[in-house]
Write a protein that binds this ligand. Sequence first.
Ligand code: GLP
Length: 242
Amino acid sequence: MDVVISPMPHTAAERAGARVAEAIAANPLLVLGVATGSSPLGVYAHVRERIERHGLDVSGITCFALDEYVGLPEDHPQSYHQVIRQTVTEPWGLRADQVHVPAGTTGDPRQAALDYERDIREAGGVGLQLVGIGGNGHIGFNEPGSSLGSRTRIKTLHPRTREDNARFFGGDMDAVPIHCITQGIATILDAGHVLMIASGAGKADAVAKMVEGPVSSACPASALQLHPHTEVFIDDAAAAGL
Ligand code: GLP
């Protein structure tokens, strides 16, 4: 695991964004794993700049999101379909068919999870996976206690995660869905490269456990220690526990 510490969050995002842009330039058919949350926004903005100013060609890439809430309509502003559309698909000028997000509203989330896992496999697997980290060490929506061998499936959100994400739902924790579909930890570990981005003091404890703690389902992100090509881009505040 390579840990790159930057003084400021925007520097970490620029460095991570440069990595993503380089990966796309090196492989115009890249299968890119994208994440929601506030952490990757600076990364997406950097890639957008490369597209607009330097003509980075993204017309051949395919994106797979990590997760989606169950039961939230796809046009709900906080559904990850909508979030990825607004932060990646539209700013990067991607076609809708280039971007995949688990289907949380089919009425059969178990089947939707299996279908998603198959879609990733059929696309040839993720080449570069971008991930954030939850304050409790989750990756995607793999909460503490998730099996390190897990594949895409339905999960129940931890109350801490629902509390953390309530800010996106007008501060109302009850408005945050209870279930989600998330790529599993083993699914994430299948990616060729994993790029983690985190900033702020609220992530310091989770980052320390991920990097220096034992590999344990108590901190799902610690499973990334098992991945041979993981880069962690963090700012000073998120690195405070190292
Ligand atoms: C959500 C997402 C995660 C993300 C986490 C952190 O729970 N499912 O993929 O890493 O939020 O969000 P933020 O980057 O806003 O702190």
